[in-house]
Design a protein around this ligand. Structure first.
Ligand code: ATP
Length: 326
């Protein structure tokens, strides 16, 4: 059966570049003569029939905007077969016969469940700043978040070096250290704590001492939310102060600002490529796949694999970080 009308939604945490992806999906549909409708507030909007017909012109002036014009939501109802039944009824009543889901692995799990029950074609686009999805070298929003984070750390560095302070800076990444590792290298951190590696508290102290003995007057330690030492930034501060009362330790939690802002050029181009690939894959009859970029090429990965697999950190970067902290 050929696809005639595609529905597109954003789900889970928002990420810069989602609007550029919506635009790309809508414009690719227009290019191929397909109808397209936006679903507001993710799966919850599917259940509530909150739809909007979209045209090539309706997505003007959004490529540069952060967040998502379709809004996002976490829908408890969609986790139930009853909720998905209503969603299916609404979607087909509106004439949609395929779905593009822009979100994270939770959103893909929902898409897969929906497909299994109704044989409804679905394609995923990975939109999350954490870059923690298997099957793609980069997720939408990750590059922008990295730039936002190093901009913030650069500013913290100014105050750290003016007062000879040690700063613990918490960045996002509950399960993955991509943001911490890359922004830490990019911003010149002395130490980087990530979920994938446990350096241990004594080694952290040693590293800080070494850095002070080598003549550094201030230090930045970038900590991923889910760091493996198991202590949050405030506990780390207490620990260091206990052992080194002479250190002037401060903490900065960057928080939600990391999700915001205008997408970088990289994310805009990636979103455009992913949107084209998603729609053209549906036209080719593909389903249950996620669009990703691997070695600069667009590739499809089965949703099941994308959900179950883990995106590994680049071990070479750990070594680079260590050498750079000399
Ligand atoms: P982020 O990485 O930003 O958290 P995500 O897509 O993983 O994004 P989730 O909140 O995990 O975010 O999932 C988004 C939505 O997908 C949920 O609110 C729910 O509606 C749907 N969903 C998640 N898991 C399932 C599931 N097992 N069955 C059906 N729907 C699900």
């Amino acid at each position: 059966m050929s696809v005639k009308k595609i529905a597109v939604l954003t789900s889970g945490g928002d990420a810069p570049g989602m609007n550029a992806a919506i635009r790309a999906v809508v414009r690719t549909c227009a290019y191929h003569g397909l109808e397209v409708m936006g679903v507001y507030r993710g799966y919850q909007g599917m259940i509530e029939g909150d739809f909007k017909e979209m045209s090539a012109r309706s997505v003007r002036d959004i490529i540069n905007k952060g967040g998502t014009i379709l809004k996002s939501a976490r829908s408890k109802d969609f986790r139930t077969p009853e909720g998905r039944a209503i969603a299916y009824k609404n979607l087909t009543a509106a004439g949609a016969d395929a779905l593009v889901v822009i979100g994270g692995d939770g959103s893909f799990t929902g898409a897969l469940a929906f497909n299994k029950e109704y044989n409804f074609p679905v394609i995923g686009i990975p939109g999350t700043i954490d870059n923690d999805i298997y099957g793609t070298d980069y997720t939408l929003g990750y590059d922008t978040a990295l730039n936002t984070v190093i901009d913030a750390i650069d500013k913290i560095r100014d105050t750290a070096s003016s007062h000879n302070r040690l700063f613990f800076i918490e960045v996002m990444g509950r399960d993955a250290g991509h943001i911490a590792l890359n922004s830490g290298i990019g911003a010149g951190a002395e130490e980087i704590l990530i979920p994938e590696e446990n350096i241990g508290l004594p080694k952290l102290l040693k590293s800080l001492e070494k850095s002070r003995n080598s003549g550094k007057t201030s230090s930045l330690v970038v900590v991923a939310e889910g760091d493996n030492i198991g202590k949050n930034v405030f506990e780390l501060k207490e620990y260091v102060e206990e052992h080194h009362p002479d250190y002037d330790v401060r903490v900065s939690v960057l928080g939600h600002m990391q999700r915001g802002g205008s997408p970088s050029c990289f994310d805009r181009v990636l979103a455009s490529r992913m949107g084209v690939k998603a729609v053209e894959s549906l036209i080719e009859g593909k389903t249950n796949c996620m669009v990703g970029i691997r070695n600069t090429k667009m590739e499809l990965t089965p949703l099941e694999k994308a959900i179950k697999g883990t995106s590994k950190i680049n071990m070479e970067l750990l070594r680079v970080a260590e050498i750079m902290a000399t």
